[in-house]
Design a protein around this ligand. Sequence first.
Ligand SMILES: Cc1ncc(C[n+]2csc(CCOP(=O)(O)OP(=O)(O)O)c2C)c(N)n1
Ligand SMILES: [Mg+2]
Length: 672
Amino acid sequence: MAGCEESVVSATSFSTAHYPHRLSPETFYPFAYRVMYYSRALETRLIELFHKGYVKGTVTSSAGAEATAVGMTIPLRPHRDVVSLLHRDFAGHLLLGAAPHDLVCQYMANAESPTHGREGNAHHGDAAHRRFPMISHLGKMLSVVVGGTWAARRQGEDVFGLAVMGDGGSSTGEFHEALNIAAVRGAPVLFLVENNGYSFSTPVSAQYHCRQLSDRAAGYGICGRTIDGTDAWGVYTAVCEALDWMHDHGLPYLLECETLRLHGHAAYDKAEYVNEAQLQQARQRDPLPAARRKLREFRGEEEIAVMERDSEEEVRAVVAKALEAARPDPRQQAWTAYAEIPPPRIAPYQATRVKNGEAIRRALDYILANRPQAFLLGLDIGVYGSAFKTCKGLIDRHGPERVIDMPLAESGTLGMALGASQVGGEPIIEFQFADFSTEVGTQLGLNMATWYYRSGCPAPILLRFPCGGGITLGAFHSGEFEGLWSRFPGLKLLYPATAQECYEAILAGFYDRNPCLVFEHKLLYWSKSGDIDFDGDLARVWGPRRYVEGTDLTLVGFGAMVHEGLAAAARCGSSVEVWNPFVLQPLAIDPIVASVEKTGRLLVVQECGAGRGLGDRIISLVAQKAHGKLRCAPRLLSAPEVPVPFAPELEAYYRPNADKIVASIQEMLGQQ
Ligand SMILES: Cc1ncc(C[n+]2csc(CCOP(=O)(O)OP(=O)(O)O)c2C)c(N)n1
Ligand SMILES: [Mg+2]
């Protein structure tokens, strides 16, 4: 895919005809058995290498699951259909284009690892070719596949999705969110449950209460089916039928494959919780000998034996070559989590006396008018125009396919945006309130933020965070959360305070190639206005803002505190220089350090409690760099360390304001 750093795999060595072509059993079995055999042989070697210390982390063997892995992937079109495979889908990766050498190097975390040793074990893929790498947090990739499939189809491509989970993963909230979103938005994703009876040591009796997991399909208004996952041909034909059904209905499908785990959960697990009788039973269902017996109907014993010997030989050669690879060199790594791609120049824009909220609305309108693949996702952003009316009228101008009301499912929505961003979509997400971003800890902080670092493919997504207090909305609708989200490398954070900054932040965040969060203070949406004079140079946007110059004290404010700080500076009787860091991550501290070197005093004002914002970070960086120039201790003016209180009197007391800032300035200047 265009824009990715590099392709992470070489050509596949396993290839056959794909959907809508149907293989016959005569052509299916020789091919499927070879892949299954090769997969088992290579994973067996990986387990040996783990015990000898060459493979790092662990190996979650797919022994027993190979029939499902090959049956579900053979019909798919590599590099076209959108997939996320799991830790027991080794054969599926081989079929969809992973080079065996790359896989072994990945497990060894050596210099030739396709993730450059940044990730391990089963956490690999080829995002550039729509084989999305899994993350540990099970369930979270389901919505990413939904987004990739949905976005590719709205761009006119005829694609399917394959989203795999285990019986354990089926209990996650993301399972529900992803299936629901796929059904509502008509994304033909095959949700395939590999039910092997266990989630680590937990049996399915402690996992779910329904008769079979496919029964849940009814709740989404889609088709569901449970099949024997140890029968490769049965899985293959069921998957082809599911693809036909999805093609005809434009809906997702839930397929449960009853499969097996012939070992413990991972190489370190001796599975003592499985008794001998159960193990015996499992071995009798081993899909590999079963596929071999079927193959004997079409091929002679000698021919099969030769194929098996050849596979063993290939495995030996692959492992020998991987063992020769060097260890990764830290000096050869790019130690950044960001895609560093210069932004384009866009149209200049001038306007007078525009409210902050209107500046945001105009920036969104510009994007939708100029970027055909851009779309907005959020709650009540369509006809209602969003909770704070910053999307008002956008649906009339750009239509319901571009301004999309989503189900109440923030995590699934973010996953959807991440997947869409990988196939050329340009998502913008509006959180109804920044507070609801706590729903997306994994999807935003771990999946989206680390995507570029792990996969080499940028994830350009704009996320809008209406935030802050002062409008009597209490603990769950008044937070800012910029401190929290600044702790995740890979995310960029912008916090505008003026109309000009709002306009610039939306555009800069959108055109940047990384996930960007724009914090939009709700109190300022319709209470503050200003002129916009934007010259179209997006690169210039990424720096702190100084509003007034001064010589006695440097005042740094965030969001609404910028305006309180300006009011205080105007009436405190001293020469105060007022700054807004504006770009909170990656923080450009040097201009603020230079200011403090000039004034000798630093006062930082934030709306939230001392430990929750970025004031302490600003003070720490300035103290490290301008220590010798400080004439008094830097000071942080913040709220008490309690949730935002509801009653207007309590909230007014809680939030810093111009009066408190004036008092702090006077204390720091020794005037009190
Ligand atoms: C959200 C989350 N919680 C816990 C874990 C730790 N964990 C890793 S694998 C696993 C078992 C998964 O079972 P299942 O989904 O049935 O897949 P299987 O390993 O059986 O193929 C657990 C609990 C995890 N990866 N993700
Ligand atoms: Mg399981």
